[in-house]
Design a binder for this molecule. Sequence first.
Ligand code: PHE
Length: 340
Amino acid sequence: MKEKIDLLLAQTQAMKADTAAELEALKVKYLGRKGIVQELFQEFKNVPAEEKRETGQRLNELKDAIQTALDALKEQLESTTSQSHNATNDLTLPVDFSDLGARHPLSIVRNQICNIFGNIGYTIAEGPEIEDDWHNFTALNFPLNHPARDMQDTFFIEKDPDIALRTHTSSVQIRTMERNKPPIRSIFPGRVYRNEAISARAHCLFHQVEGLYIDRDVSFADLKQTLYYFAKEMFSSDTKIRLRPSYFPFTEPSAEMDISCNICGGKGCNICKGSGWVEILGCGMVDPNVLENCGIDSAQYTGFAFGMGIERVTMLKYQINDLRLFFENDVRFLKQFEEG
Ligand code: PHE
């Protein structure tokens, strides 16, 4: 009988239960009313008197060892089931929306600009950010070695022939006119680069939307009405515009457009520096030389172009006072633009 008890003790060490049912079966097998331990107690009656003391002790030890092993298995089973429950299976937990991102403010405003012009029939096109001299300068009527090329500090990638990061989206005007016949009515959103010191008001990389309209009999009045419509849609219906004479090599005449300050309503504040007006874009009638450079007959066709900085429009729209915020991707800034 002693050997039997020793064998059972060894078995106890190896007991395993993966489910509550398996555990219950072990309990019945060893400690049940007709179980192994109970059977041994029956046999114990037949043990010779001189061995009773020792065998009885061993039998009690076995019973305790089995109980301890079963308790340990029970605890193990409970902790693993509660863990897996927490990790994946609790369908009653509330849904966690905290990982949803927000659209970047520059994307929001770019999309708005595209929609405003889309509503009056403008298509959208894009061009490369790495540009050759022809598309960024020469075709746009910048004469070779003319100081106008210094208006924009250029990041050159290669010299002779010159390859550079485009300094404006006007390069896409050229690409579009080279490939399409009038009428052309398109806008060109994109990233541009200038070698400027980074500050609250300037960056070496920013975004523009260019607009181009070429057809027969397009006049300056069309330009003015189109931009007036845009300003009212973008800011508010009581926004006023003002065109000031300016100079760009690729437009003649050229102008810069101001809108009535949307922050103080034109009364004068620190955003408009007390003037009541803020500049938002450059524009003009496409220079006949530019049309000819792209194979468009300037005797038959005229057109206008305009170009605006998306950062500038966004800063005015959301009253953001530091351009660098757009590029830092601080979630505390970006989270403010979450929709709905
Ligand atoms: N390309 C000009 C700039 O970057 C803007 C502009 C575009 C002006 C089209 C006139 C016509 O400043």
